[in-house]
Ligand binder design. Structure first.
Ligand code: IFG
Length: 525
């Protein structure tokens, strides 16, 4: 009787601290379940490393970024394992533990790649640059038992499958765009999205900061832009905006996860919020009302007006000073209320302004109708597989970020049953998001002209973080894989298996993902 009481008590305790049955906690994740697929991954059969209360996390001496990444790994593991997991940096690395080293990596992994070795006695991530250590730790994260992502102590043990990975990206640009103009999202909401996209080695976050429905970044020299232009959103809600301190917090949070922020001020179209904020910016001197609908193409900055360029220079000047990344995105899409001549004149001029502030221009591919600076990047977003003005610009040296709307637009419905999102570019489920080759998609735009990919999430219909997650997962990892993994690894069957293996972790992380019917999701995920 007494033994039974103890046993039932022990089980009770185990279950009460564990969100999932103890058996699941010990499940060793398959070494081959990583998304994006690594360049090469070889499991060592029968070998696992067990994280224990004695495990030390070691980071390269003298590297602050390496220590930061080590600290993030410790911050992930301490709450779920209950282990102390000290982070140290001293020569030589402790024999037993997890080591993040900036030596010994093969040159082939470049600046963003890494080598990961898991043996019975240690886990070692080697990279040439701190960004590579971060990428290696994201792979390690995916090899941990899914309960490692819990925020309360879970039952162990904590096995990591043994093996050897050498990995590096196909494209250097793997982006996610969040439209914070149609609906405003707080710093905390953006930071959660950064956590989620960086797990899949996304390294750019494009923030669509202005549009007809809202202006979302404070500009000291034009205070009404945020105060008034940021005071509403689609549907008439309160909107909001980032103070410059808020924006800097997002930039820093992203940088600590090796994500570079690309701010977009969309122009000359998509500018009603700015035009409503300052009557003097309008050709007729009259400010239009704030707009809370979802039409596009009806607004334009006043191209002939000299004040327009003073405005742009001051806005870009303040934004550039807040943006450590190389890019400013100037939009340029759907300028239906700007005639072609004015549009070209405008884009030519704005490129000069951005360059004068030391930044490189990105614009939606419509800017190919102007004369592009050699460094200007075009972001392709149409649903076609050819675009003559873009191909001509590419022949002249322009580089391209691939965001075909019918493949990468995360605001597209999965199917006719999806309540959120739109369908003007068609339905996009996993097979569509995954089923294309960014390096061989557009006529006249070969692999060497492609910087990479980006998955935009427009938010006309997206209001909450669960809405963001429902549309981004599981499709964003598909775009992330197209940006990172070699084309030789491209296989929908294999990807679907690896994507399904992410489901249990997303459940523990509280990610509100869509259980695509194209994927076999493990029971309970
Ligand atoms: N196109 C518009 C976006 C947004 C989108 C919604 C671009 C570049 C349709 N421009 O995509 O502002 O409304 O799917």
């Amino acid at each position: 009787m007494f033994r039974a009481l103890i046993l039932s008590f022990a089980i009770g305790v185990a279950l009460s601290v564990s969100a999932v049955p103890p058996a699941a906690a010990a499940t060793v994740v398959s070494f081959t379940s990583v998304v994006p697929a690594p360049v090469s991954a070889t499991a060592t059969a029968g070998v696992t490393y067990s994280i224990t209360s004695g495990t030390t996390i070691y980071s390269e001496p003298g590297s602050t970024p390496a220590a930061q990444t080590a600290g993030q790994l410790a911050a992930l593991l301490r709450p779920s394992t209950g282990f102390p997991l000290p982070v140290v940096s001293s020569n030589p690395a402790p024999a037993d533990g997890i080591a993040l080293l900036l030596s010994g990596a093969p040159a082939s992994v470049g600046t963003q790649g890494y080598q990961l070795d898991v043996t019975a006695t240690s886990i070692v991530v080697r990279a040439n640059q701190p960004a590579g250590l971060f990428a290696g730790v994201q792979t390690l994260h995916q090899l941990l038992p899914v309960t490692a992502d819990a925020t309360t102590v879970q039952a162990g043990p904590w096995p990591v499958p043994g093996g050897h990975i050498v990995d590096y990206p196909r494209f250097t640009h793997r982006g996610a765009m969040l439209d914070v103009a149609r609906h405003f999202f707080t710093v905390t909401q953006v930071e959660r999205y950064i956590d989620e996209i960086s797990l899949y080695k996304i390294d750019y976050l494009h923030l669509h900061l202005s549009d007809d429905q809202g202006w979302r970044i404070a500009v000291n020299s034009w205070p009404n832009l945020a105060a008034y232009g940021g005071s509403t959103e689609v549907g008439g809600g309160a909107g909001g905006y980032y103070t410059q301190a808020d924006y800097s917090a997002i930039v820093s949070y992203a940088a600590a996860r090796f994500v570079t922020v690309i701010p977009e001020i969309d122009m000359p179209g998509h500018t009603n919020a700015a035009l409503a904020s300052y009557a003097q910016l309008n050709c007729n001197g009259v400010a239009p009302p704030l707009y809370t609908g979802t039409n596009v193409g009806f607004s334009s900055l006043c191209v002939p007006l000299a004040l327009t360029y003073t405005f742009i220079d001051q806005v870009i000047g303040e934004l550039a000073a807040l943006t450590p990344g190389p890019y400013i995105h100037i939009g340029g899409d759907e300028a239906s209320s700007t005639n072609a001549t004015d549009y070209a004149t405008f884009v030519d001029h704005v490129q000069q302004i951005v360059a004068a502030h030391g930044k490189t221009v990105i614009g939606w591919h419509n800017i190919a109708g102007a004369t592009l600076l050699p460094s200007t990047v075009a972001q392709f977003w149409d649903t076609t597989t050819s675009n003559a003005p873009l191909a001509a610009a590419v022949a002249n040296g322009t580089k391209v970020i691939m965001s075909p709307a019918n493949k990468t637009y995360l605001d597209m419905k999965y199917n006719h049953k999806t309540t959120l999102g739109q369908n003007w570019a068609g339905y996009i489920d996993v097979s569509t998001a995954y089923g294309w080759n960014p390096g061989a998609y557009l006529t006249g735009v070969g692999e060497s002209s492609v910087l990479g990919v980006e998955a935009p999430l427009w938010t006309e219909t997206i209001v909450t973080t669960p809405n963001i997650e429902y549309m981004a997962f599981p499709r964003l990892p598909a775009i992330a894989e197209l940006g990172w993994s070699p084309w030789s690894t491209h296989s929908l069957t294999a990807f679907n298996l690896r994507l399904g293996a992410q489901g249990p972790r997303w459940k523990v992380m509280g990610i509100n993902y869509y259980h695509s019917t194209q994927i076999t999701w493990p029971t309970g995920s």
